[in-house]
Design a protein around this ligand. Structure first.
Ligand SMILES: [Zn+2]
Length: 284
């Protein structure tokens, strides 16, 4: 194509602008700006929700609102030869969990950090050059509260549940506690999980405490000694905490599916509360 000299000059200016930067965006190259605009986004909250529920489903129902994000994740796993193309379907089931765990191990991670539940760092790495990550969830640092260790997100959730309840909650067991309670079968190995004393609580107060915990984003149940050989207590697992152990992830999936989080997968026996994550609670 032959251009009149003036048009050619304008094009040269445009090319130069691309090379040197975007007006009004100091420091950002045009390539970066174009890339940010062109890349699709993965909604981390929706993806983590699907990764907790889908492995527990008896059927192939997709988690509402998660399909587009899960597909982007699955295509990236497929292109790294970690997931067979036939599983690229928007369903974050056990095969996709296993593929994501393989990806996490490829980053040099082990144990809890390679459970297959997407966390911010691994999801961002997987998306490099392919997708951006929005609605980021972070468990935060490990902190000590009430004599036990939890992550900062869980501590904030507990503080809000206490405020709603109007009384203190005494912690019997915290998180990151592998082998701390042999009857808990690994649920307390990771983050987001606490046991709460019900000593001195009336039956109504116990129910109110479970309700307050559920409202702020815990999958919470009152447990009796027949269920897990421990004295009466409340077991609570923070929904979508990316440090959850695999066992705790399964409990949360079961909670979404209306079950009680125990091995027998009986119906949920707790107070009915609309299920919300901590992030969803804070937006309301
Ligand atoms: Zn527990």
């Amino acid at each position: 194509m032959k251009l009149p000299p003036r048009a050619a000059g304008l094009m040269a200016v445009a090319v130069l602008a691309c090379l040197t930067g975007v007006p009004g965006m100091p420091g950002a190259s045009a390539a970066q700006a174009a890339e940010a605009g062109a890349l699709p986004s993965v909604d981390m909250e929706a993806t983590v929700k699907a990764a907790q529920i889908d492995p527990r489903r008896p059927d192939d129902t997709l988690t509402p609102g998660a399909k587009a994000s899960v597909l982007l994740v699955e295509r990236a796993l497929r292109d790294r030869r970690l997931l067979d193309a036939k599983w690229v379907d928007g369903y974050f089931g056990t095969t996709t969990i296993a593929a994501f765990a393989k990806f996490q191990r490829s980053l040099g991670r082990t144990g809890l950090a390679a459970s297959g539940l997407p966390d911010t760092a691994s999801l961002t790495r997987l998306g490099a050059g392919r997708f951006t990550v929005t609605h980021v969830i972070g468990p935060g640092a490990r902190v000590s509260t009430g004599g036990v260790v939890v992550d900062a997100r869980t501590r904030s959730m507990l503080a809000e549940a206490k405020r709603l309840l109007g009384r203190d909650l005494v912690l019997l067991q915290g998180s990151y506690n592998p082998g701390g309670d042999p009857t808990s079968a690994g649920t307390h190995d990771g983050g987001g999980v606490v046991d709460i004393s019900v000593k001195g609580m009336s039956s109504a107060t116990r129910t109110a405490a479970v309700r307050a915990l559920r409202r702020v984003g815990f999958a919470a149940w009152l447990r009796n000694p027949d269920q897990d050989d421990w004295p009466w207590h409340i077991h609570a697992a923070a929904i979508s905490d990316t440090d959850l152990s695999s066992r705790a992830q399964h409990q949360i999936g079961d909670y979404y599916l209306g079950l009680n989080g125990l091995a027998g997968r009986a119906p949920d026996d707790g107070p009915k509360v609309p299920i919300r994550t901590w992030e969803e609670y804070r937006r309301h």
